[in-house]
Design a protein around this ligand. Structure first.
Ligand SMILES: [Zn+2]
Length: 376
């Protein structure tokens, strides 16, 4: 699902059949808030032993339900952070907007938190601590603020969790998307302006399996050890593959190589110096039969749309993002039962990457600059 254009840099896109950034569900949020409540209660008992088991149980429950308004508020804050993302070029403006929004949220949350605490203690009838009106209405404003900003930090971490910026002790520095598999990269750009991405191809399983390199480690190896598309193609052509994948390799000189790989076969190679689109099917007549009767139409349609980037006018960077966000061609497949997890455009000469976290049609582009290397 990628296209490259010499003047435009290069586009990458990852799609999966699940919804956008995968935020924690209500169950996990409840679990985290419960643990927070229990720990905050135990803190009090360090200084003062509870008089009875009832007092301990009541205090524990009261401290826990105190946090429960955030079962509803945390997902709301995740959405606010997604709408006003931190880490973007407008981070200062967005942080100010979030700070402003945090005030009404905290003003509303604080008395609900106080009321829940008070209600449990009153129900246990063990001498309800008197809450002065000032404490009741605003006494827990600060606690609400802490929870608001913890939720913002959590949302930011979840939203951007696939992006890793790596400066290894040995090998080249790179940034790219991890995709959730330990050690690997789904796409990335290194300090020499080499771009690598992977693209799953559904194909028949090989009759036998020989040892090989897992698919997600191949882009990482190339990013960390290669400077050009040719070097990366040589490396990936010599390593044994375990799965059916396409790889797109491109470098700052404008060279672009597509490798179509299948276990036990020599990778098939496609090149262009203008536009090269790679999606999720084999174009090589040698490998295409291995896909059997599986539908290829959507993948072919996306490939044709990406190849047409060549015909677009205007700034290549924005033309490429427009093509990525296009729903008519299905390149952005954010719809029911389908989601686009992220999209990226890369200017290899400038060593600049622009990612959207979530579908490119409705998420802000966040730019990253890799430090320039000393050319050797
Ligand atoms: Zn979309």
């Amino acid at each position: 699902m990628s296209a490259a254009r010499q003047s435009a840099g290069l586009a990458g896109l990852q799609q999966e059949s699940r919804a956008g950034p995968r935020y924690p569900g209500l169950g996990l949020i409840t679990l985290i808030l419960t643990a927070t409540g229990i720990l905050s209660c135990l803190r009090h008992f360090v200084y003062r032993q509870p008089q009875s088991a009832l007092e301990m149980a009541a205090a524990m429950t009261a401290c826990t339900v105190f946090f429960y308004p955030w079962i509803a508020l945390t997902p709301l804050v995740f959405r606010l952070e997604q709408r006003f993302p931190l880490g973007s070029q407008r981070w200062l403006r967005n942080a100010l907007v979030l700070a402003l929004l945090s005030i009404p949220v905290s003003v509303l949350a604080a008395p609900v938190m106080s009321a829940l605490y008070w209600a449990v203690m009153a129900a246990a009838d063990i001498g309800v601590p008197y809450l002065k009106p000032k404490v009741f209405w605003l006494g827990h404003f600060f606690s609400a603020q802490v929870l608001f900003w913890c939720s913002v930090a959590g949302g930011y971490t979840v939203r951007t969790r696939h992006l890793l910026i790596t400066a290894p002790a040995q090998g080249y520095a790179h940034l790219g998307m991890n995709g959730g598999l330990v050690g690997g990269r789904y796409d990335g750009l290194n300090q020499h302006g080499l771009f690598v991405s992977l693209h799953k191809v559904m194909a028949d399983r090989p009759l036998s399996h020989a040892p090989g390199v897992p698919y997600h480690l191949l882009p990482r190896l190339a990013l960390q050890t290669c400077r050009t598309a040719t070097e990366a193609a040589d490396l990936m052509s010599h390593l044994p593959h375990l799965a059916s994948f396409n790889y797109l390799l491109a470098d700052a000189s404008g060279q672009m190589i597509a490798l179509e790989c299948y276990p036990g076969r020599k990778p098939e190679r496609r090149e262009s110096d203008e536009v090269l689109a790679v999606t999720n099917h084999y174009t090589s007549p040698m490998l295409a039969p291995l896909q059997g009767a599986r539908p290829k139409h959507d993948s072919q349609r996306r490939m044709a749309a990406l190849e047409s980037i060549h015909d677009r006018w205007g700034d290549g960077w924005y033309a490429t993002f427009d093509a990525l966000a296009d729903h008519d061609s299905g390149v952005c497949s954010h719809r029911e039962f389908g989601a686009t997890l992220w999209a990226g455009v890369f200017d290899l000469g400038a060593k600049r990457a622009g990612y959207t976290f979530g579908a490119p049609c409705r998420n802000e582009v966040i730019n990253y600059q890799l430090a320039m290397s000393n050319e050797q």
